[in-house]
Ligand binder design. Structure first.
Ligand SMILES: [Zn+2]
Length: 82
């Protein structure tokens, strides 16, 4: 189990966020009536992410470090399954 990430500014252990620029093409699906379909299947497949190198505290919004030093590389859902 990795050490908890604690914000050096406000001592919060609520986690952090990154600022990323998302670019790409999203497909929006409509049916034959011109209605926007509920199921938007793969609309995010063509998107790519840039930036996100700095991590910010979710509580006080101050920078707390580099994402590559803080991020575990795991998804929360994955760690639950293990
Ligand atoms: Zn903070």
């Amino acid at each position: 189990m990795a050490n908890k990430i604690i914000c050096p500014h406000c001592k919060s252990d609520g986690g952090f966020f990154t600022k990323e620029r998302i670019t790409g093409t999203a497909h929006m699906y409509y049916n034959s009536a011109g209605d926007l379909e509920e199921e938007q299947g793969a609309m995010y497949d063509g998107l790519s992410r840039h930036g996100g190198t700095k991590a910010y505290c979710k509580q006080c919004y101050k920078p707390i470090g580099k994402t590559k030093d803080l991020a575990s590389g795991n998804h929360e859902e994955e760690s639950w399954r293990r």
